[in-house]
Design a protein around this ligand. Structure first.
Ligand code: XIL
Length: 455
């Protein structure tokens, strides 16, 4: 008998739709919204909103995903009383009505703050008595108007400097330390049911400023001043989330006060890279998880839910991408991080593949095969294994451009160090020599990263 050299080429194309749900448009629509996930944890999930945008897709996301809203600007003194005695409640009313229509809480923001004051207040000359009356009248008017409709009021905003001394605001310099207690008492009188907060930034982790807030609220409690909670703005920087966040929330909660993250965003240099967005996802997850871990943390509010409505690019030039939705209202990885922290599950990103298996050379007892794996999906694949089962006892003897292992009829080919990344539309090739007896039937199906490909 003569061995006859055979040249047989077997080609098989398997297109496989990997398990998973379409990543972008369906996400957030097919899954429980953040508000439902948060409620299951006894928390709320809120967002700052811009009243004039609360229609269309922006309004849909704001109304369905969140169960608390904070007017980004519309309740500030400069917005509601631009000229003395002349009020503009349109924007604030709109937000409160939107919240009522969508079963949402409202965070009133903010009554006494050094910034965004009307110029008639900030550039006026006031005696202590005059300014105290102006301040308490302002509180009585605004809190009174919305009495029974506001769940939480940021009564005093940003009273501290970074070193923990009092910020030398108009109120501090004219009225002295006692203005905070006076403001809280006026708010309590105007709406006894609203939870009253003092709110600040860079108090999220422990440190001089947070310690100053801790001493303030401890002393307010000791004096019987009406205060219910402390707001931590949480305007955070990618890579700099304070490691003491959860412990800090807990020490305030241990005073018998509620705590809340009131203005969460996590900014980064632009343009955002995939790696930065992946890190941001982990940081949104960790920050949300810190609130879930502290019993008296009532909820989290993001300062704008979309990058299209974030204050960051205006105030920190060159930075942005700080919110959980991109500028086109598509959920970002950060959204998934929040979902995970709230006990939800995140869909496996959609991908799909095509595997081509060819045998360019076959002889008695042996053959050579080439395999091309192509990522035909829209999501990059970073690191791959291609798997198959051999029907006729074939055994690999040597492989290249892959690390190939065989166990019985099961073969797993993993990427080499240099061909592991498959961008959308990208492919990688590898090959091997193997033995065969009887028939050299090609594999019927393939897997990519463990997920079955349909034949
Ligand atoms: C910001 C708004 O988002 C901007 O639109 C506005 O121009 C400036 O104020 N801390 C606060 C918020 O308490 O009121 C601020 O909101 C962001 C920082």
């Amino acid at each position: 008998m003569r061995n006859r050299l055979m040249s047989v080429a077997a080609a098989l194309l398997a297109t496989c739709a990997l398990a998973g749900v379409a990543a972008l448009p369906a996400r957030g629509a097919d899954n429980p919204p953040l508000r439902d996930l948060a409620n299951a944890q006894g928390r709320y999930y809120g967002t700052a909103v811009t009243a004039s945008k609360l229609t269309g897709a922006y309004g849909d996301v704001a109304g369905t995903q969140f169960d608390s809203v904070t007017p980004g600007n519309e309740m500030k003194w400069g917005s509601v009383e631009p000229a003395r005695g002349s009020f503009n409640w349109a924007g604030a009313d709109q937000v409160v009505a939107f919240a009522a229509a969508h079963g949402q809480k409202v965070r009133g923001h903010t009554l006494v703050w050094h910034s965004q004051l009307p110029s008639w207040v900030s550039s006026g000359t006031w005696s202590a008595e005059q300014l105290r009356t102006l301040m308490t009248d302002h509180i009585a008017t605004e809190v009174g108007r919305y009495q029974g409709r506001i769940d939480h009021w940021d009564v005093v905003n940003e009273p501290f400097n970074e070193d923990g001394t009092r910020r030398q605001s108009l109120f501090q310099t004219t009225l002295g330390d006692g203005y905070i207690a006076d403001a809280l008492r006026a708010a309590r009188a105007a709406d006894p049911a609203a939870k009253l907060y003092v709110n600040d930034y860079n108090t999220d982790g422990t440190g001089a400023k947070s310690d100053a807030m801790y001493r303030l609220v401890s002393s307010l409690r000791a004096q019987g001043v009406p205060i219910d909670g402390v707001g931590f703005q949480a305007h955070l920087i990618l890579g700099q989330v304070p490691s003491t966040l959860q412990a800090n929330l807990r020490r305030f909660a241990d005073l018998g006060l509620d705590v809340a993250l009131t203005e969460l965003d996590i900014r980064m240099p632009l343009p955002a890279t995939a790696a930065q967005l992946a890190q941001q996802k982990e940081e949104y997850r960790a920050v949300t998880a810190a609130c879930v871990a502290v019993t008296r943390c009532r909820g989290v509010t993001v300062w704008g839910f979309t990058d299209a409505d974030s204050w960051i690019p205006d105030v920190f030039p060159g930075q942005g991408a700080a919110t959980p939705y991109d500028e086109n209202l598509r959920p970002k990885p950060a959204y998934d991080g929040i979902v995970q922290a709230l006990g939800g599950t995140v869909p496996v990103p959609t991908t799909s593949c095509a595997v081509t298996y060819t045998v360019p050379n076959q002889w008695t007892g042996g053959f050579t095969a080439n395999v091309v794996v192509k990522n035909t999906g829209t999501t990059p694949v970073n690191g791959w294994t291609v798997g198959w089962s051999w029907p006729a006892g074939q055994r690999v003897t040597q492989a290249w451009s892959t690390t190939l292992t065989q166990s019985g009829s099961q073969v797993t080919a993993a990427n080499a160090s240099y061909n592991g990344s498959l961008p959308a539309g990208g492919s990688a090739s590898f090959g091997f020599n193997a033995t065969w007896t009887g028939t050299n039937t090609a594999p019927a199906a393939f897997t990519l990263n463990g997920a079955a490909c349909a034949p």
